[in-house]
Design a protein around this ligand. Structure first.
Ligand code: NAG
Ligand code: NAG
Ligand code: NAG
Length: 329
């Protein structure tokens, strides 16, 4: 391989060395580098180990081998990943994106293997990698990395919403996080849902796609739904099948929350009035008939039987029920 395409951002000394060596190559021994693998697929967060193989002979000393690794991003921007010179890793010109994540094991260098290990792989690490080896000559090879994150945890959600016209409709959604962006399809035995689906996504702090797909429908013929997240780049589908609960929806909207709050307030008020009445009755009933213990009404006993009637009347919102003229709401 011709070394003329060596990038300019690797510092000038290297560039001159390569130029010299690449000219030398035709005159001196033929030196070549091979990529052990040209394509790597790595799951998000995992470790990537790449290897380049080069020729060695007995005359070469390990300290005379120099290895550079650079990353060529999808937009063509180049970043220095690591450098190995005189048996030492040199991260002084390493791009900040790779800080603290790179190791260059040297145990197989004498056998002609230049190895790099990058941990905690992120979507932004995808693109091309190039190893440049300078030993008895110089050469380089380029390999490709694709990063994926499986849409493994799918969450479904069912919400009852009301349209502007007041019609109650079901909103059924599936949400998951992965990389690259997934296409979402839905299945339901009873109907073709494709025209009812809306899929949107946001990008998380880890550069993954947070994909949410929603279907809105008023009537459901079959309660069993399947949502499928199709990771197109990796031909990998993941799906979730779930059945809608029988009637009341799992999540209610704010309007139903208001109704619940009103019911709770009414119940609490009734209980309050009930206890106030209870205290009043307790005071009036003579000591030997006073069998009400604490705040717990005892059914069947005479005084508590009376208060139960009052309590029930209270809850039917009757006014001025009791002879004493106690006012109720
Ligand atoms: C579902 O409907 C869409 C159009 O809304 C159509 O393109 C698609 O072929 C239909 N799928 C099935 C399985 O009938
Ligand atoms: C993904 O988006 C949903 C809302 O659509 C949000 O509730 C959830 O927290 C998000 N998850 C991440 C990991 O960003
Ligand atoms: C709904 O569809 C599932 C398969 O998706 C099927 O097993 C089930 O019997 C269907 N239920 C009704 C009530 O049609």
């Amino acid at each position: 391989m011709a070394a003329l395409g060596i990038p300019m951002d690797i510092h000038r000394r290297l560039f001159i060395t390569i130029l010299f060596l690449s000219h030398c190559r035709f005159l001196c021994a033929l030196f070549t580098v091979q990529a052990v693998k040209t394509h790597y697929n790595v799951e998000y967060g995992n470790e990537l180990r790449m290897e380049c193989r080069f020729q060695v002979d007995t005359r070469i000393q390990i300290e005379d081998i120099t290895v550079y690794w650079e990353h060529i991003k999808k937009d063509g921007k180049k970043q220095e990943v690591a450098k190995l010179e005189k048996e030492k890793e040199d991260f002084s010109k390493q791009h900040v994106d790779f800080k603290g994540r790179v190791k260059m094991p040297m145990d197989e260098l004498s056998k002609g293997f230049a190895v790099i290990v990058i941990s905690n792989i992120l979507p932004r690490d995808s693109g091309q990698y190039r190893c440049i080896v300078i030993a008895q000559g110089s050469d380089y090879q380029t390999m490709n990395l694709e990063v994926k994150a499986s849409y493994k945890e799918i969450t479904s959600r069912i919400t009852e919403v009301h349209t502007a016209a007041g019609q109650g409709i079901k909103e059924i959604s599936c949400q998951s996080v992965g990389y690259p962006e997934a296409e979402v399809t839905w299945e339901n035995e009873a109907e073709n849902l494709s025209s009812l689906v809306t899929t949107s996504s946001t990008v998380t702090a880890e550069e993954l796609f947070n994909v949410t797909s929603v279907i809105r429908m008023s009537a459901v013929a079959n309660k069993t739904f399947t949502c499928i997240f199709w990771n197109k780049a990796f031909h990998q589908p993941t799906s979730l099948t779930f059945t809608l609960p029988d009637e009341s929806p799992i999540h209610t909207d704010t309007r139903s929350h208001h109704i619940i709050i009103i019911i709770v307030v009414v119940v609490v008020l009734c209980a309050l009035i009930f206890f106030i009445t209870l205290i009043g009755v307790k005071a009036k009933v003579s000591a030997k008939h006073n069998r009400i213990q604490g705040n717990t009404p005892k059914p069947l006993s005479e005084p508590s039987h009376n208060t139960w009637i009052k309590y029930l009347l209270c809850c039917f919102r009757q006014k001025n029920v009791v002879g004493e003229g106690t006012a109720f709401i």
